[in-house]
Ligand binder design. Structure first.
Ligand code: GLU
Length: 298
């Protein structure tokens, strides 16, 4: 078996919030429990969405919660050559094609209908690049460590964008290339990303990359019943130790790890030592969504 290599891969579109803490903490505990590496990748391929200073705040927040990563931070803005090479290979395999269509043109269809598969309809317009999902393996099936056997069909998802018309790389291509280059064996992340698996598996297959194991985590909903997110103005994680301790404890409760109540006032390092030793992904309840355990402070 390959030595465990996990990662946390935030998009620095704002500071981390309680929902992102759950993903960071679970992937950290899973890696450390298995004496594996835990890497940090900043997914900043979309500069207009990433305010200055947000990535630095994320690094400080992770440090404040004792989530120390191995090796240098991996920045996606440095990775143009690698993504370009991957796209060139996909094109040579007949699995990527330029597309001139706008969202407006296919708004009556549930997914992009693949009109440019045989050549762009309007070649003089700006072109995006899309994946030929109909030519990849379909259905894609895999065993999620929490949600069990999964199956996704290409026809329900369509041809995803790999490179945008404005020249920016898209998440699906970047995440697969980087998980491959960083030799990631285990991905632990939120349930909202499970639907991306069709494309990610197809891209791994096309680029001959080994497929990591996946554990998708239940999403934590805020008081309003909505997913905690930057758009919903979820509060930023604190960085002061007195505020971090109880929040770390609540994150362990949200991950169904049943930490002793006395642990809530213990230093971050003691809480993490306990959590690494007792980490039990089997205790996680496989519900796609759940309420944050105590609602008053978030
Ligand atoms: N960058 C993505 C996010 O912040 C996560 C990507 C992943 O874990 O695959 O939602």
């Amino acid at each position: 078996m390959r030595a465990y290599r996990g990662r946390f891969a935030p998009t620095p579109s704002g500071p981390l919030h309680f929902g992102s803490l759950i993903a960071a903490l679970a992937s950290y505990l899973d890696a450390r429990h298995q004496h594996g590496h835990w890497l940090l990748r900043i997914e900043n391929i979309d500069p207009p969405r990433c305010p200055a200073g947000a990535a630095d705040t994320i690094l400080r927040q992770l440090e404040a919660f004792g989530l120390h990563w191995d090796g240098p931070v991996h920045w996606q803005h440095d990775r143009d050559d690698a993504y370009h090479e991957a796209l060139t290979r996909l094109e040579a395999l007949g699995l990527a094609y330029p597309c001139s269509c706008s969202r407006k043109q296919w708004r009556d269809y549930p997914v992009y209908p693949g009109w440019c598969r045989t050549g762009p309809r309007e070649p003089d317009k700006p072109l995006a690049w899309r994946l030929r999902s109909d030519l990849g393996p379909t259905p894609v099936t895999w065993q999620d460590r929490l949600f069990g056997r999964q199956r996704l069909d290409a026809a329900s998802f369509g041809d995803v964008v790999l490179k945008r018309k404005d020249g920016l790389w898209a998440y699906q291509l970047a995440v697969v290339v980087d998980d491959g280059d960083q030799r990631i064996t285990d991905v632990v992340r939120g349930f909202d990303l499970l639907d991306n698996m069709l494309w990610q598996r197809q891209l791994q297959h096309a680029l001959a990359l080994p497929a990591p194991r996946y554990l998708h985590l239940p999403l934590i909903l805020g008081d309003n019943g909505q997913k905690l997110s930057k758009q919903n103005l979820a509060p930023a994680l604190p960085e002061q130790e007195d505020a971090v301790r109880p929040l770390l404890h609540r994150a362990l409760i949200a991950l169904d790890q049943a930490p002793p109540s006395g642990l809530a006032t213990e230093p971050v390092s003691s809480q993490l030592d306990w959590a690494i030793a007792h980490w039990s992904p089997r205790s996680l309840q496989a519900t796609a969504e759940r309420r944050e355990p105590r609602h008053n402070a978030l």
